[in-house]
Design a binder for this molecule. Structure first.
Ligand code: UGA
Length: 437
């Protein structure tokens, strides 16, 4: 069995590397030739734990790379589409990339005898597979779903920073199609790949699409919920959001994950998916009171941090502010929709002088701010001479910092939005987000 994977981003490259390292025949396809060149050397174009090792193993085994979609359509039994579905400025989903890929797949299907399963892993708004993708493939190929190709919606749930781990051990597989036979075929494939009893949901295309958005929106809801309780704790002396989260997390109906209060959710998925679902609901005449509140709460969380900074620094103009952590989460160099970037933009408007540190995301951040801010490779260099340190991303190395490392600050003000610092020095004005003082 030959497998094509179109789009070598987080999902596609992780999937291609994991499958090929398990001896499956994989063609990884991407139109970006520069990206392919880097991948060919066994290096991932982005930082992700364990990906280089898995990719190198895959290249030694059965991963081949190509920039031509025809290579997959002519030769593969399963073709996974894993291209990005970014957000338009009005919050709606931009389907141009995925529809372009489908046009090319359709054009090749027209000329080939091959009868592949086309499997959509990209996140797409409910109704897209049936109303747009199916239509495009059928128009361009002159063939019908079920006769000449099949079409399955198979959303992905992996997390950045754990992409390889999650690809190897997914918590769930959702297979949506209108053909029981084709769904069963994909189910057998996954059973073989994982050798484990992973829960599988077999459903139709549109329900599969909704599952993906419901999942991410629910996670976002949990975060905005805990952040709004955290803001309450902030105002009530003696309270601590982590104790509240721990207690409610013990209730099995709530569960203990995604209850870490912080600066709000970022990344290429939760912010985009919540807004796309709101836009989709609006389009269909469905009220989105809850998701609007989730989104607004997330945006306003940065203001809560600014309020804390203003409380201790008073006048922000010309003050040295240090930001620890730029990526939207730890173990990633991804700064898309990162709360740190939003915070820096706001502080620059107030004419603060910004110094930043991040173990992996400095280069990506330089592309946004250029020489408007100062970049430090060493944590201590970022802290020295600062009027206020703000910890934004919970990288492990920050939790190991000792009192002494803050000695060189001009004013010892620290705002810890993740409450991971270990500071017990009376000289330091330490404020943990979600702790009432
Ligand atoms: C998210 C989902 O968790 C994945 O299941 C999904 O596959 C992925 O989107 C996607 O759709 O591709 P990811 O964007 O990698 O994964 O990041 P998360 O781990 O969900 O974190 C998102 C943001 O929420 C981060 O900024 C993180 O710091 C924040 N967060 C997370 C909190 O503030 N508190 C928490 O308790 C958890």
């Amino acid at each position: 069995m030959k497998i094509g994977i179109i789009g070598l981003g987080f999902v596609g490259l992780s999937f291609a590397s994991v499958l090929a390292s398990k001896d499956l025949d994989i063609i990884g396809i991407d139109i970006d030739k520069e990206k392919l060149k880097i991948i060919k050397t066994g290096k991932s174009p982005f930082y992700e734990p364990n990906i280089d090792k898995t990719l190198q193993k895959a290249l030694k085994k059965k991963l081949i790379l190509s920039d031509k979609i025809n290579d997959a359509v002519n030769n593969c039994d399963l073709i996974f589409v894993t291209v990005g579905t970014p957000m338009n400025s009005d919050g709606t989903i931009d389907l141009e990339i995925i529809l372009n890929v489908c046009r090319k797949i359709g054009e090749t299907l027209l000329k080939t005898q091959n009868n592949p399963n086309i499997i959509i892993k990209s996140t797409i708004i409910p109704g897209t597979t049936i109303n747009k993708i199916k239509k495009t493939l059928e128009q361009k190929s002159g063939k019908k779903v079920g006769k000449g190709f099949s079409l399955i919606t198979n959303p992905e749930f992996l997390r950045e920073g754990r992409a390889i781990e999650d690809t190897e051990n997914p918590h769930l597989i959702v297979i949506g199609s209108n053909s029981k036979k084709e769904s069963e075929k994909l189910k057998r494939f996954y059973k073989k790949v994982h050798h484990k009893n992973i829960p599988m949901i077999i459903t139709n295309n549109t329900t599969a699409e909704i599952i993906k958005y419901a999942n991410n929106s629910f996670l976002a809801t949990k975060i905005s919920f805990i952040n709004s309780i955290s803001n309450l704790c902030q105002t009530l002396p003696g309270t601590n959001i982590d104790e509240v989260a721990k207690a409610i997390g013990i209730d099995p109906r709530i569960g203990n994950q995604f209850l870490n209060a912080g600066p709000g959710y970022g990344g290429s998925c939760l912010p985009k998916d919540v807004q796309a679902l709101i836009a989709c609901q609006k389009n269909l005449g469905v009220e989105s009171t809850l998701l609007n509140a989730v989104h607004q709460t997330n945006i306003l969380q940065i203001e809560e941090i600014i309020k804390l900074i203003k409380k201790i620094v008073i006048n922000l103009k010309n003050k040295n502010i240090t930001i620890l952590g730029l990526s939207f989460k730890e173990e990633s160099d991804d700064i898309r929709e990162s709360r740190s970037i939003k915070l820096i933009q706001k502080l620059l408007k107030k004419q603060s002088k910004i110094t930043v540190h991040d173990p992996k995301a400095l280069e990506n951040t330089k592309l946004i701010f250029g020489n408007k801010i100062t970049y430090c490779k060493k944590i201590i260099d970022a802290i020295d001479n600062s009027d206020c340190v703000i910890l934004m991303t919970p990288w492990k190395q920050y939790s190991k910092l000792q009192n002494i490392e803050f000695e060189g600050m001009r004013k010892k003000n620290i705002i810890d939005t993740r409450r991971i610092l270990n500071i017990d020095n009376n000289d330091v004005n330490y404020i943990g987000l979600g702790i009432g003082y």
